[in-house]
Design a protein around this ligand. Sequence first.
Ligand code: OGA
Ligand code: MN
Length: 220
Amino acid sequence: MQHYDYADSVGTAAPEPLFASIADDILQRGYCIMPNALPMALTSRLTEYAHNAVGFDPAGIGRNRQYQQNEFVRTDEICWIQGTSAVTAAWLNWMDCLKVYLNSRLFLGLFSYESHFAHYPPGSFYKRHFDAFQGQSNRILSTVLYLNPEWGHEDGGELVIYSPQNQSESVNVTPLAGTLAVFLSEEFPHEVLPAKRDRFSIAGWFRVNDSTTQRVNPPN
Ligand code: OGA
Ligand code: MN
């Protein structure tokens, strides 16, 4: 059993300047692409974990009763993160720090965070989609962390984020280990181009609490 301490990987350096620049980008453009966002030790532990220790299931679309597998839209496989291992707990802790920071700067009222590992075997893709539709979801902010130590343009599998105003404008994100993409869930259509190699990532969503009952939303 390996022990992992988040504090060891960051030393004394507080991630505030990094969080500040993520917040600035979201404020100015609605999205942020941040290479080497996480402490290197945490990225490599997560990478090792995703490549070796995760049991993946075919991904579906929608939730609960609307859940369905649709191989036309997406062909990746996923594993929800519960934070039961030291490394996934460190991941959730890092994202919780980001949540607290973004709430203090942007007043988004982010309440919870859910995330899953994703594995795109060679040839797999995720067609253009929104992560949330206005008024129909409590997903506010999408995040994707990449876990591929080496990745070239010829490997495909780029994330394409389209401009909300002009669908012919887009940015391509190389899924290189340590890069974190963050974008407003209802604003940006996006897609994953077919990957030529095994492609690993963690996709996640910050949500607001939209419960109308006494109970708060469960994490997934
Ligand atoms: C998603 C998604 C993007 C990526 O899981 O909803 O858009 O680059 N993932 O893995
Ligand atoms: Mn998506």
